[in-house]
Design a protein around this ligand. Structure first.
Ligand code: MN
Length: 228
């Protein structure tokens, strides 16, 4: 018997295609990782090193559950992303060995309070409340790499109410999955259960209550969320 003075928090877990649950430890996100999105956000894709922020593991929205429109924003944006699920940890993982640390991949949405993010950027403040709010990360089933392989190309697309809003290709990632794992594992020791949202292509825009978001990554899977 452990001596916790309150009940320990529940573990967030993402269903795996074919059965089982992937328990989540931490959720990392890459800031700008497609050139066209970097340009639409006013950045220079040629000069920036990758940078990272985090969401709490319990911000995940699982199984296509509804996502409540969050408080304190009038500009909730979608960011459709490839998510990497880390199966074995490590520090300073070499690029050439990085894919061996991947359990699988999923389609995810890095939902963003864009107005709060804009204010934070201007004031040089953290992004936590613009990115890591409650229920800010809808995610689909994880495809085990043993079945899906390790995609370095393939269509990544998001529709809102059936209309295409974001459409790109994984080959346009500025920092590839192995490069991202190598870089991030130089900053922190990665551990089993960590997820990495790898950044969004261009076409980010606002959503409203009632909108239905449906994302798909070729060969990996789908993510669905209705804003309520
Ligand atoms: Mn993002």
């Amino acid at each position: 018997m452990t001596n916790y003075v309150i009940d320990p928090p529940a573990i967030s877990a993402v269903p795996v295609a074919g059965g089982g649950l992937f328990p989540v430890r931490r959720v990392f996100c890459v800031g700008r990782n497609y050139a066209e999105h970097t340009r639409e956000m006013g950045g220079d894709p040629d000069r920036e090193e990758p940078f990272f922020f985090s969401k709490p593991a319990d911000a995940l929205v699982i199984n296509g559950a509804d996502m409540p429109y969050p408080s304190k924003t009038k500009d909730l944006h979608h960011e459709m992303e490839l998510v990497v699920a880390i199966g074995t940890g490590g520090k300073d993982i070499p690029e050439a060995e990085a894919l061996a640390h991947v359990y699988g991949y999923a389609a995810g949405l890095d939902m963003t309070r864009r107005d709060l993010q804009g204010e934070a950027k201007k004031a040089g403040r953290p992004w936590d409340m613009s990115k890591g709010f409650d229920q800010s990360a809808p995610i689909g089933e994880i495809a085990p790499a043993s079945h899906s392989g390790h995609p370095s190309a393939g269509k990544i697309e998001l529709t809102v109410n059936g209309r295409v809003r974001q459409s790109s290709d994984l080959s346009k990632l500025i920092w590839s999955v192995p490069e991202t794992i190598a870089y991030l594992s130089g900053l922190v020791a990665l551990a089993p259960g960590d997820l990495i949202f790898t950044g969004t292509p261009e076409g980010v825009a606002a959503v409203e209550r009632g909108d239905v978001l449906e994302g798909e990554i070729a060969g990996i899977g789908t993510v669905r969320a209705r804003i309520v």
